[in-house]
Design a protein around this ligand. Structure first.
Ligand SMILES: CC(C)(COP(=O)(O)OP(=O)(O)OC[C@H]1O[C@@H](n2cnc3c(N)ncnc32)[C@H](O)[C@@H]1OP(=O)(O)O)[C@@H](O)C(=O)NCCC(=O)NCCS
Length: 431
């Protein structure tokens, strides 16, 4: 039994993910639980980790299975891991894997755990489909009925429209506004042009294509045998378009505001399936296991704003706080990884970092500053690679620490925007 000392540095040892696949394509037959298991088991194998040493498994998902809602525990129950492994699930919309990582890191820093696996998974090919209120009421009444005739009677009031299933919408419950509509609004409020959005989307695809071709992204991916025949392996993300051009992007029609809009299928992140996991350890546990940390967590912060205002502007409020907690400034960052829900959101966030107004709202007297585009999302982002909601935070963390190591950089910042007007930022330091 190790002696737990509180206040320890939390090391990021490694991260791995499945390939990311556009929803309804290659990985559609795999559930989020299966995608998560693939990422976690590969992480254990790649790091040669003793499964018995894992104290905690935290996993994020946004649309959990109704039949198995605690995805973390389902993953922990795979044969590779000990049955006594404590595991719980978290949900913070697109920052769910970040919540898993910071929860696990907090447990390590508190001295409650030495070794933790954290990550997330999403299968947007397998979203839960709900019955209408009328049909659900009839089913409940039928299940309580004591006689066959009462059971039949329970369905008597059903109308044709009650048979229409309800699928989850990517919209804010409080405002009814979809993510895409929010991105449109942010583009207009922040003066982000269609040309700027398409340029960012193009850079995302070209950077991801380069990272795939030279093996940097492939190195983060575990090949997945594709069901149902398991004859072929998927080894890379299928949303990246190496042949994308500015002209092709400019030709796409706006989706969410067809007449005056600027957000298209080309400059938005696609609906995606995938899973990702990260191994976190206390410094001394890593040393004892002979594992070399890639980075340490220096500081993180979450923030929130009114979802009816600028839904995806949360990172602008979180990043200055994370930097302050890390004792650093934006200028110190060698790399910046921003989750790309939409190009309009990334560009609005970047404008916010430079704005006096947003600095004051975050509680600071001066703006964080400008992000050098040559340090931003250097291996692509969610627009090109894809965005399985629950998994993205672990992908971003993995890429950031790997690329910091490759470049010999010292500090990296990551940000993730999320539904509900939430924002996340974390600063890491290369080990
Ligand atoms: C924007 C959105 C509606 C587009 O969905 P879609 O229409 O199924 O997207 P597709 O991939 O089929 O692309 C539509 C068209 O654009 C084209 N296209 C997309 N990206 C392109 C690119 N980079 N270059 C050239 N063409 C591109 C496709 O080839 C397709 O053309 P086709 O109709 O001739 O086949 C969908 O991706 C979406 O809802 N995204 C946002 C998800 C979201 O809100 N996430 C939450 C954020 S946190």
């Amino acid at each position: 039994m190790p002696i737990y000392e509180p206040g320890r540095r939390v090391a990021i040892i490694a991260g791995v993910r499945t390939p990311f696949a556009k929803a309804g394509t290659t990985l559609r037959a795999l559930s989020a639980i299966e995608l998560g298991k693939i990422a976690v088991s590969e992480l254990v194998h790649r790091t040669d980790l003793d499964p018995a040493s894992v104290d905690l498994l935290v996993f994020g998902t946004v649309l959990p299975s109704v039949l198995a809602p605690n995805i973390a525990r389902e993953i922990a129950l795979m044969p590779l891991l000990p049955k006594r492994l404590d595991a719980y699930s978290v949900s913070r919309a697109c920052a769910s894997a970040n919540q898993a990582i910071t929860d696990a890191a907090d447990q390590i820093a508190l001295g409650h755990a030495h070794v933790a696996i954290a990550g997330g998974a999403e299968s947007l090919s397998n979203v839960p489909i709900l019955h209408s209120r009328g049909f659900s009421d009839a089913l409940v009444a039928a299940s309580k009925a004591k006689t066959l005739s009462a059971r039949v009677q329970a369905f008597a009031g059903i109308r044709a429209k009650d048979f229409i299933p309800i699928t989850p919408a990517i919209a804010e419950p409080t405002t009814g506004e979809s993510m895409g509509q929010s991105a449109e609004k942010m583009a207009k409020l922040n003066g982000v042009t269609r040309g700027e959005q398409d340029a960012l989307a193009l850079a995302s695809h070209l950077n991801a294509a380069k990272g795939t071709a030279d093996g940097r992204l492939i190195a983060e991916i575990v090949p997945v045998m594709v069901p149902p025949r398991f004859e072929t392996a998927m080894t890379s993300d299928n949303g990246i378009r190496p042949d994308t051009t500015a002209e092709a992007l400019a030709a796409l029609k706006p989706v969410f505001d067809r007449r005056y809009g600027s957000v298209t299928a080309g400059n938005a992140s696609p609906l995606t399936d995938g899973g990702a996991a990260v191994l976190l350890m206390s410094e001394e546990a890593a040393k004892a296991a002979g594992l070399k940390p890639k980075a340490y967590i220096r500081g993180y912060a979450y923030a929130a704003l009114d979802p009816g205002e600028q839904l995806l502007q949360g990172p602008v409020l979180a990043a200055p706080v994370a930097l302050k907690r890390a004792g650093l400034t934006l200028k110190d960052m060698d790399l910046v990884e921003m989750h790309e829900a939409f190009a309009a959101q990334v560009l609005s966030n970047l404008r916010g970092f430079e704005s006096q107004y947003w600095a004051e709202r975050a509680g600071f007297s001066a703006p964080a500053g400008a992000v050098d585009h040559s340090r931003l999302n250097v291996m692509g982002g969610s627009i090109s690679i894809g965005h399985p909601f629950g998994a993205t935070g672990a992908r971003v963390t993995t890429t950031l620490v790997n690329e910091l190591e490759r470049r010999g950089g010292q500090f990296g910042l990551m940000t993730v925007c999320a539904a509900g007007g939430l924002g996340f930022a974390m600063v890491v330091e290369r080990a």
